[in-house]
Write a protein that binds this ligand. Sequence first.
Ligand SMILES: CC(C)(COP(=O)(O)OP(=O)(O)OC[C@H]1O[C@@H](n2cnc3c(N)ncnc32)[C@H](O)[C@@H]1OP(=O)(O)O)[C@@H](O)C(=O)NCCC(=O)NCCS
Length: 433
Amino acid sequence: MRAKLEALMRSMNLQEGSSSGKGKKDMKDHKFWSTQPVPKHDEQITTMGPIEPSIPVDQVSKVPAPLPKEFEWCELDMNVEKDAKELYDLLTLNYIEDDDEQFRFDYSISFLKWALQPPNWRKEWLVGVRVASNKKLVAFISAIPIQLRTFDQSTLMTDINFLNVHKKLRSKRLAPVMIREITRRSHINGIFQAVYTAGAILPKPISTCQYFHRSLNPKKLVECGFSRIPHKWTLARMIKHFKVPEKTSIPGFREMQQKDVPEVRVLVNKYMERFDFAPVFETDQDVEHWILPHKEVVWSYVVEDPKTNKITDMISFYSLPSSVIGNPKHKTLNAAYLYYYATDVINATDNSKDDDDQEPPKLLGKRLNDLVGDVLVMAKRLNFDVMNGLQLMDNGLFLQQQKFGAGDGYLNYYLYNWRCPDVDDSKVGLVML
Ligand SMILES: CC(C)(COP(=O)(O)OP(=O)(O)OC[C@H]1O[C@@H](n2cnc3c(N)ncnc32)[C@H](O)[C@@H]1OP(=O)(O)O)[C@@H](O)C(=O)NCCC(=O)NCCS
């Protein structure tokens, strides 16, 4: 699988070039980011902590950042159908797309409600910009709280996402105003650090992860212009190559249920200790929100040991379709994205990640291949066309064997006002939506 699928991921996630340096601007050319508490591109960071000190909350400006006079700020309430639909319409027509304008992310309304309303979400962090005269929603940025561990330090931050400016209002420096405003709203609530991802190369990524794609429906991907039949292959051969078994293989593999939440929390938090940049699921409510299956948004599975009834593994994915623009046959590409997973085989002795002299962690590799194999069976059954994933966590142990192809897209991870040494992609545990 090549070309379009990869080109999509490249342009979706690398609007200003890849981490190889293409599209990277000098700090002086970043009129906005050069004024912000973020490291410079060439800065070698060995310590960890805030770049600028927190300010007492009563000294944070009470006045929103000034917008050009034809616009006004608003807050979106995702429990009000009209607001949710307005946000959906803005994003579905204006959010991330490929250079050829063939594919555009199409986050569903249920997905947006889920992603923007985790425990302790705040309405004032779902910030829109409307045209003052007709109240049309033309831009959006969101923050949600996240407990993020960088190396040995866990910090309450905001997770910034869904930054979008209407196509007709691009390059007017609205994005910096929106970032300033969400920062102020974060400060008012006593949070002075943030995490965000972008395809764009900004100062300065803490880590960069490559995209991988696993075809589940080669015929449709080819018809959409999403993948090409490899040289000297036929479509029939491609279909055979990407065929997945009818049934899952691991005894005790089943959908996750409410009663599994406490055990899954312990399992996932333990697994996350393997990484240097990872979320902390502090409460059962966090796991219930983020990991328990959520209709048509998140699918999660556990392995219940048939003998002990202990939950030994979990694995999940979420649904993020793309609109297929101007294709006579297909309107939507059903993409699943690999999400969190965890397994207790790490408790076996040969899996220590930190000891360079150790053999590759065979037991872990075998188990993850089995889990991902089973999740591909489920995704195919659910009619997904492709499973996407990043080279992070322990994905390097299964991507090739499970027939994921490397894309040429990369996702950059950033921290705002938090100095932190670079993190290897295999030490990234955070999956952003
Ligand atoms: C990203 C987007 C909001 C930027 O708006 P814009 O109108 O293109 O750019 P503006 O003139 O408002 O602002 C430019 C500034 O924003 C910065 N910027 C651009 N994309 C950014 C991003 N994804 N995150 C943070 N800052 C970004 C630029 O680097 C520039 O700052 P600089 O001069 O310091 O380098 C807009 O292009 C968009 O909606 N794109 C489609 C959706 C998308 O890609 N969203 C981001 C997902 S990560």
